[in-house]
Design a protein around this ligand. Sequence first.
Ligand code: NAD
Length: 731
Amino acid sequence: MTDFTMKTDADGVAVITWDTIGKSMNVMNQQGYVDMIALVDQALADDAVKGIVITSGKEGTFAGGMDLNVIAQMKESAGDNPALGLMNGLMATHDVLRRIERGGMDDKNKGGKPIAAALPGTALGIGLEIPLACHRIFAADNPKAKIGLPEIMLGIFPGMGGTTRLVRKMGAIAAAPFLLEGKLSNPQKAKQGGLIDEVVPADELLSAAKAWVLSEPKIVKPWDEKGYKLPGGAPYHPAGFMNFVGASAMVNGKTQGAFPAAKALLSAVYEGALVPFDTALKIEARWFTNVLMNPSSSAMIRSLFINKEALEKGANRPDVPDQKVKKVGVMGAGMMGAGITLVSAMAGMQVVLIDQKQEAADKGKAYTADYMDKGIKRGKASEEKKAKALDLITATTDYAELAGCDLIIEAVFEDPAVKAEVTKNVLAHVGDDCIFATNTSTLPITELAKASDKPEQFIGIHFFSPVEKMMLVEIIKGQKTGPVAVAKALDYVRQIRKTPIVVNDARFFYCNRCIIPYINEGLRMVAEGVAPALIDNAARQLGFPVGPLQLVDETSIDLGAKIARATKAAMGDDYPDAAVDEVIFWMEGEGRLGRKSNAGFYDYDEKGKRQGYWDGIAAKYPQADEQPDLIDVQHRLMFAQVLEAVRALEENVLEDIREGDVGAILAWGFAPWSGGPFSWLDIIGTPYAAERCDQLSEQFGARFATPALLREMAEKNQSFYARFTDQAEAA
Ligand code: NAD
């Protein structure tokens, strides 16, 4: 049994069907290349065959990409020289696709047989790179299908010829969004964008591809003809040169140089554009090898692909029957409640949205209408979808409407007394099996659960703002939370298509626990006279979306001050952040509350556009003549978060380091290139991490003290993934 089979019809068209055994979607593995090219070669050599169509045996999809084991197998194929193994493996793949592209033509472009790709639907990564090597790409008109090259999102780039072929097919500028941003399109848009050639009704896909193959089309690719010029101009053409200068600046501006794959991709494109096609493929393979040898790419693939998917599929779900939610009650129609209502209705659940006044509940429901209207304007939603979502939402003040709810999500004011009263009232109106979840961001779940007579059915479901955009949901188990509640929360998160992590109850749970020290370290540096621009830029150059000072402006200074006061009250003499409070309370006193007051660490214009840093900061905290090295500022910002993650693991708040890594990237944009806090520690090595913490704690204080777990692992030269998972080698 193989993944590829071939059947030649009476007209002489050989149809090669890809159908990966045991998978719902096709993925390419090492044997797949061998089997596919064997059939292509056989068809090319067969006089009865006039042309070939490559298609999929899976309904509605062509292929989801490459089996990641291929990379690991290539690395292992040349003994102790993984780079050589990769280079050889990639060149062998290029050879396979090049043979398809040449279709059996000789050096003078004579002879040969046409090969068409027929895509029933989704075609991603290698699933598009194979079609790009064919002579014409047909796709079924399936609006749900996604076509594109998303590799860059995983810290790699299209390295099976996709980069070189797309740039030659459409020019560097047109290819940029597909390569650099991993943009995915439906078939119609993919055709408009030039990714594919024809879109036909699904039931005519094969006949259209066959008819084209039999029409004796010209099959030589433009880049295999004499005098070929890159669309838009190659680097040494004046027009092309400016494109590349612009692209380089744009990529560096966007990535701050923190993502090795983006740089390598650009190099492959630029250098490849200067040379003939086959040499360009070799250059692409070298840069791809370079990226795959960088620990960043394996860490990113492990966190953002393998582990993210595992968590979404329920890696940590208790073994209890399906807990799919049918009717959810959302308490509080403010910012969070409105967002939770939106995502729940979009997932097809019935939603009862309750607030104190009908007006407030209606306003919360209107958020869904507004959101759908924006989608309709951008062509992403329809009136029908909008009506369907709104139909599912009942906005009311009447608790009786909660009857039949199997899940409640409470998002009222962050006040334990208000929450307790709401909990009691709700429980009087719902059935015995209903699970009650709170969206609190700071209050301990175990305490809030005391308002319920069924604490095993009480849980935290912590969303991030804005709900519809943020992909992570943090599920928090109180001391008495039972497995059914956990399963319910996980099944709900799966329904709304977000990524869950499950943690134990402790102050600030996991995510906020790590974000706060990041912000605080930035504030401490302000008090020390470090230039604000150095603080924020150091973070951005690490790949964080925003620096700590910008982040506190966005989330608001008074919220920071409120959290500081509450934490101090709870911790008493153990409270460690007096230096931070000095800055934050001063800002609060100055009325500089951040973006919402149009004044914070930054100045803002009347339209709310961020200007430079407020000069009052330098007046209060004069900048030191000697500024610290960039790397020292970066290490303070990184270790402030990472050590908190290690402590969360030590204290069993985190039970699974995969959740620690995935959660950090999705919740607060923790340097994605690193794969997350634990992956970063593995990249720099635990011995170095412990040594660096010793230095930092001596210089800056006990908050950097090496946690016992890290110390022990450093002594054994152990990595987190080796110790806590079976994924020491990711890909
Ligand atoms: P918000 O002030 O925008 O909304 C709260 C809503 O609850 C208001 O509409 C209010 O009228 C309603 N409400 C208050 N008491 C009520 C009662 N007794 N019955 C029914 N409705 C009542 O607040 P928000 O930002 O949406 O936050 C809500 C919860 O979510 C808080 O616990 C907060 O800590 C948490 N949270 C907020 C964020 C965030 O970024 N804003 C993020 C995660 C979690």
